[in-house]
Write a protein that binds this ligand. Sequence first.
Ligand code: GDP
Length: 325
Amino acid sequence: MDTTELGKRVLAGERRALARAITLVESGRADHRDQATALLEQVARAGRQALRIGLSGTPGVGKSTFIESFGLMLTGRGLRVAVLAVDPSSSRSGGSILGDKTRMDRLSRDPNAFIRPSPSQTHLGGVARRSREAVALCEAAGYDVVLIETVGVGQSETVVSEMSDLFLLLLAPAGGDELQGVKRGIMEMADLILVNKADGDLKPAATRTCADYSGALRLLRKRPQDPDGFPKAMMVSAIEEDGLEDCWAQMQALTDWRKDSGHWTGRRAAQAEYWFSEEVRQGLLAQIESGAAKAQMQRLGLLVAQGRMTPSAAAREMLGQHLRA
Ligand code: GDP
């Protein structure tokens, strides 16, 4: 099938075509890259937009359970839902945290849901670009909501928030009464903090944790992209499917406000620029890590290590030779 035909089928919402298109953007081969670029250009012209929801949380917090319950609630409302994962661990450890095929069993059988595990890649940059392109393909295929899941590994949250309209942080009820060492930077990215497992014996702890985070969020600097009351912390139970409707109502309220106030479009524009510059940066990095440039890097590196050249002089020489042209 040629790329144009594949693009048409993606736009027609054919799942197999979507899966094939994602495989194409995940490929590292140069000729595939050319085809993928053309395909992405073609489908972008349709101008379709989904609600992109990023979701992060440490292993065991209930991400897959939440995505399954939440996803089924959305498909129950007639929405089409795609689930993608950004999992930089999958290549590093040989075992993916998020890629397990048995997860989200019920959702994966739902004809209105599409689930795709994380591409395996040697570095986060590669996973990021492929996931971002997969998001664009899901949008073109007419999905209403794209959920992008990640674990709190390295920079993966930043990467996911840069491809999301909304960012959710999933937490478990804390045993003690201190905040669970959630990094400030990650809290600052969140639009909603969801304290999961607010059921049974864990309910009192969940209530305390939720109150703690509500307090912590109030201390953060107000962001221009938020109406009053956001970001906010809420309780959910993914297992008992409790609080999910309210969670969706909050996401819609926030989305509507951002659309009306122009922040939605503004954020998407800023994200597009971010990804453009990231890709240029990575392209340049790839250039210095291959071919003649690599040998030159090694030669200069050795001179620096031997103290025969300063790091700055060597860097200037390297940049002058390879990149200034
Ligand atoms: P993930 O690693 O973040 O994807 O977490 P999972 O969805 O695999 O859930 C980890 C464990 O927490 C499983 O044993 C789930 O059954 C349990 N779990 C998930 N959601 C809830 C919940 O809402 N309440 C309770 N009590 N347990 C939950």
